[in-house]
Ligand binder design. Structure first.
Ligand SMILES: Nc1ncnc2c1ncn2[C@@H]1O[C@H](COP(=O)(O)OP(=O)(O)OP(=O)(O)O)[C@@H](O)[C@H]1O
Ligand SMILES: [Mg+2]
Length: 220
């Protein structure tokens, strides 16, 4: 069997000031090519699972593994986040540059590409999502749905191997939602898709897990 891209072993996560854990001894594995759907009620721990998978929240116990190795050093976190991109539930956590093109070019620039190369990738990525016309818009003036697509573009522009998507079709109209569904379905990216949109989850994922009170069913 192919070695996992990213995995959690017995992972628990506790937010400061909270009595119970947001994740409770979770085992989770994402292998190359897998597309995993995550369902569960509000507050069941779906966002916490994604944050834990890219090491944005420290584990109280358990292990985070990238390609089989435990992630402990900052260079290992960097390598993990280079391959596994996160699209946040709240777009304002993702977008911070003045204009759309700068936001999408930010990741590639950070990877060391020249400004010309980064802008070219940013343009291509927005074009692939039918959002080329937004390039020069001020990010803070975008609609909720437009911000959602630009957030996806910022993650895609990093050319990751896997994407963790936290409710990526919230705020989208039917046409844009269908475009995103088609894009993700055709893509060869590994995915973890958190969504309350059951049609989307059924259409693009290869297996579905369910979260309840910080636990995952079935374990993987
Ligand atoms: N920053 C935080 N500080 C304290 N508690 C938090 C924080 N973020 C989340 N929690 C708590 O952790 C638990 C899991 O939250 P999480 O955001 O992972 O749920 P979720 O399944 O993504 O919910 P939703 O469907 O509403 O997005 C909840 O009880 C929540 O109140
Ligand atoms: Mg959430």
């Amino acid at each position: 069997m192919t070695s996992p891209l990213v995995a959690l072993e017995g992972a628990s996560l506790v937010y400061p000031g909270q009595s119970g854990p947001a994740l409770c001894e979770v085992d989770f594995t994402l292998r190359p090519g897998e597309k995993i759907g995550v369902t569960g009620d509000n507050g069941s721990g779906k966002t916490s699972l994604l944050l834990a998978l890219v090491g944005l929240r420290p584990l109280a116990s358990g292990r985070l593994l990238h390609r089989g190795d435990e992630v402990r050093k900052s260079t290992q976190y960097h390598d993990l986040r280079r391959e596994v991109g996160l699209v946040f539930q709240n777009c304002d956590d993702q977008l911070f540059s003045p204009t759309v093109i700068e936001d999408v070019a930010f990741g590639p620039l950070n990877l060391g590409l020249s400004s010309g190369e980064a802008l070219a990738i940013a343009s291509e990525t927005l074009e692939a999502l039918n959002m080329g016309h937004l390039e020069n818009r001020l990010t803070h003036t975008l609609s909720g749905g437009q911000k959602r697509i630009v957030s996806l573009a910022t993650a895609l522009a990093m050319k990751p191997k896997a994407l963790l998507l936290d409710e990526p079709t919230n705020d989208l109209d039917r046409t844009t939602r269908a475009m995103v569904q088609d894009f993700l379905h055709r893509s060869d990216l590994s995915l973890v898709l958190v969504s309350h949109d059951h049609d989307l989850t059924k259409a693009i994922t290869t297996r579905i897990i369910h979260m309840e009170a910080g636990r995952v069913w079935p374990d993987s």
